[in-house]
Design a protein around this ligand. Structure first.
Ligand SMILES: Cc1cc2nc3c(=O)[nH]c(=O)nc-3n(C[C@H](O)[C@H](O)[C@H](O)COP(=O)(O)O)c2cc1C
Length: 199
């Protein structure tokens, strides 16, 4: 909390007024940095604790992103004045209409695919694996899964909810390597190259 106090002091200093102060968090995976209050966890978006503290020293609007899934919790956060805007990240990667459907009451909760995005929920292959390569595949594969869904949407295709973490991880690596290769080719083509001897 020492770092938060320092940040809050600097926020209290008059500054050029931004349109929004955005408070993002990436979800329960980053639990080591999260407040442990059970009530906060129940509210899904545990980062609201920070928003409350920031609210006390800031005049400008606050937007909190991270963990919001149910309409009831979102409405509660807005009604309590803790945040002015709800940010949604991962649910939109498979269904960009989620905010509209929530606001119009067609759904009560956004998708929580992250709950099953791991090689295994427990043991050696889980995100808590003692083996670093398996941890990395879980983390990067989980993020890559969302990238793949965005690619599908961008291509006008249906999302692939059956895609596994390992498949997403492999597709991500292949895509990164292809992109790196293309960038290198383009750089080679655009660089003048060595001047021929005697020219
Ligand atoms: C595919 C993807 C890309 C993201 N890229 C960024 C980024 O470039 N910068 C950033 O601050 N957060 C990024 N995030 C994090 C989100 O902005 C958001 O904070 C996070 O997903 C938590 O919100 P959520 O629980 O609604 O998903 C990304 C998230 C996803 C799923």
């Amino acid at each position: 909390m020492k770092n938060l106090s320092t940040c809050l002091r600097s926020l209290a200093v008059p500054m050029s007024s931004p349109d929004f102060w955005v408070i993002p968090e990436t979800g329960p995976q980053s639990g080591k940095r999260c407040p442990k209050r059970e009530t906060t966890r129940k509210r899904e978006a545990y980062f609201l604790d920070y928003a409350e503290a920031i609210r006390k020293v800031c005049q400008f609007p606050v937007m909190v992103t991270g963990g919001f899934r149910t309409r009831a919790i979102m409405e509660d956060a807005l009604a309590s004045g803790t945040t002015d805007v709800i940010g949604l990240g991962r649910p939109l990667c498979t269904d960009p209409d989620t905010p509209r459907d929530l606001m119009e009451g067609r759904i009560e909760a956004a998708a929580s695919h992250e709950n099953h995005l791991h090689l295994a929920s427990k043991g050696l292959f889980s995100p808590a694996s003692p083996l670093m390569p398996l941890k990395v595949i879980n983390v990067i594969g989980g993020q890559a899964w969302y990238y793949q869904q965005i690619f599908h949407l961008a291509d006008g295709e249906p999302v692939d909810l059956k895609l596994g973490v390992l498949g997403a991880f492999r597709a991500y690596l292949a895509d990164e390597m292809r992109t790196a290769f293309k960038v290198r080719q383009a750089r080679r083509r655009s660089s003048p190259g060595p001047t021929p001897v005697g020219a």
